[in-house]
Ligand binder design. Structure first.
Ligand code: MG
Length: 286
């Protein structure tokens, strides 16, 4: 039970998906299959060992929810820091991709994987309540993926990512995209150990999304405004949306893109490469 929003996050399953073609330099993948001898896709179902308090009453007054929420988030933050150290130690650059449902995260990742080509080895943790559909699309685009199905849960948490990382085993020095469950509320609160959050909003949504969901936009390192090829057909003010985003996060970078047509993808890839250089510089200083 997520004490923050009341959704269930128990019974999450992780399914490992392997690419349809071996990745360059990937010692595990030959002929599109890992050398471990595992059959794929396969599903790991884990028994949870949560320390969550389940003895609270749902009739309890709201004042008792606050310390429980703080406890849940404190435990998540501790696990997220563990994930962050695990990733940094391996030089893995991780982005937590968040959006409303239908903003185009998966399409953006498909195009990103194809455009990056051999520049970076890429793997993806896909978060959805149900189905393997997005992980199938990612593996078809050429990256390895694991699918986390959250059941009734509306967000990924750091524990799910820890388990997914052990199933995925991303290569040292690679890129990792975490496609969060489509939701602009709870994912803002749950640090996963990523290097940066990237919020995707599309022009088919309201210009005022950053004002309605300020926590998500305040936590972002980059806002991608997707589907700009549809601007002639919708009532969306690009400049006003950017001003709204900067009103809650003054330093945030904002990039208009079209994942289907390719507009703005070069700047997005430049931004990724700049973050990779930052991570390399940090590692050199340590
Ligand atoms: Mg998706």
């Amino acid at each position: 039970m997520c004490a923050t929003c009341g959704c269930g996050d128990e019974g999450a399953t992780i399914t490992a998906m392997w690419g349809h073609r071996p990745l360059a330099g990937d010692a595990r993948a030959k002929d599109g299959q890992p050398q471990s001898g595992h059959e794929h896709p396969h599903t790991h179902t884990h028994d949870h060992d949560h320390d969550h308090d389940h003895d609270h009453s749902h009739q309890n007054p709201p004042t008792e929810t606050i310390p429980l929420e703080q406890k849940v988030l404190a435990k998540n933050d501790m696990l997220a820091e563990h994930n962050r150290r695990w990733l940094v130690d391996r030089g893995i650059l991780a982005f937590n991709m968040t959006s409303s449902p239908g903003a185009g995260k998966t399409t953006l990742l498909e195009r990103t994987i194809r455009n990056l080509g051999s520049q970076h080895r890429v793997s993806v943790i896909e978060g959805d309540q149900e189905t393997l559909l997005d992980a199938d699309r990612i593996t078809a685009a050429g990256a390895r993926a694991v699918q986390v199905n959250t059941g009734a849960g509306c967000h990924l948490d750091a524990e799910m990512i820890e388990r997914a990382l052990h199933a995925l085993e991303p290569d040292t020095g690679s890129l990792l995209f975490i496609e969060n469950v489509g939701n602009l509320v709870c994912p803002a609160l749950f640090d996963l150990g990523e290097y940066s959050k990237v919020v995707v909003i599309s022009v088919t949504e309201g210009t005022d999304k950053p004002l309605k969901y300020p926590h998500m936009f305040a936590a972002a390192g980059l806002v991608l405004i997707n589907k700009i090829d549809l601007l002639p057909y919708v009532d969306f003010d690009l400049d006003l949306c950017a001003r709204h985003a900067r009103s809650v996060n003054p330093g945030v970078e904002i990039m208009p893109v079209s994942a289907t047509k390719g507009d703005g993808m070069d700047l997005w890839l430049q931004w990724i490469n700049a973050r990779a250089n930052e991570l390399d510089a940090t590692a050199t200083q340590v």
